[in-house]
Design a protein around this ligand. Structure first.
Ligand code: IMP
Length: 192
């Protein structure tokens, strides 16, 4: 079976992707190809960052690959934190720091609309493809739930009355921005 690199070492993402892409490719992680680089993510769009990571692997290691970049966009904050989601409260900040900063900034603001976004960049046979997944929802006023990571405790997806952090991981993984982007890539592979 053909090998393809998923530019990640995140075990949750790797498991999700491996489960879904069984039969298409053998998925190699960064560790599997002995890549321990700090891959730069300096673009100002999700597409840009995902492609930057994919180009790094293709150019330096010679593998066809795909890479993802995700974050949350909050309408009332001019779509921030966006590509800065991981470090919104500063370098080396925690998930908790980020969530508290968001709650403070939205304290007296009525518009709580937000969306999680994932963009995947795939480099395959000399061509570049992008797949995007989005989940719309609302930021709530306080933490709810303990599952998941990042902004999950303060985000309730549209059509639900529980936060991402109150969902079982397997349920979140069915409707998440990442799942939607991966599913689009799957459709693409199925059509090939
Ligand atoms: P990454 O590109 O998947 O590493 O995500 C960057 C940052 O976006 C993470 O550090 C989180 O702060 C946030 N994020 C991405 N996906 C999720 C999610 O599913 N739940 C909560 N936060 C997320």
């Amino acid at each position: 079976m053909n090998e393809i690199v998923f530019a990640s070492n995140n075990i949750h993402k790797l498991t999700e992707v491996r489960t879904k892409l069984t039969g298409f490719f053998q998925i190699l992680s960064l560790k599997d190809i002995n890549c321990h680089d700090e891959i730069p993510e300096t673009a100002n769009t999700f597409e840009g960052n995902a492609e930057q990571k994919a180009i790094w692997i293709l150019d330096k290691y010679g593998y066809d690959c795909f890479a993802d970049d995700s974050g949350i966009e909050i309408e009332a904050l001019d779509n921030k934190p966006g590509v800065f989601s991981a470090r919104y409260a500063g370098e080396n900040c925690t998930f908790d720091d980020n969530n508290r900063k968001v709650l403070k900034e939205l304290e007296n603001i009525e518009n709580k609309n937000a969306k999680f976004v994932t963009t995947i960049c795939l480099k395959l046979n000399g061509k570049t493809h992008f797949f995007k997944g989005e989940v719309k929802g609302k930021i709530i006023d306080e933490y709810r739930g303990t599952e998941g990571f990042g902004y999950d405790p303060i985000f309730v997806p549209d059509g639900y009355n529980i936060s991402f952090a109150e969902m079982r991981l397997e349920d979140k993984n069915k409707i998440s921005h990442r799942a939607l982007a991966i599913d689009k890539m799957l459709l693409f592979f199925n059509k090939k």
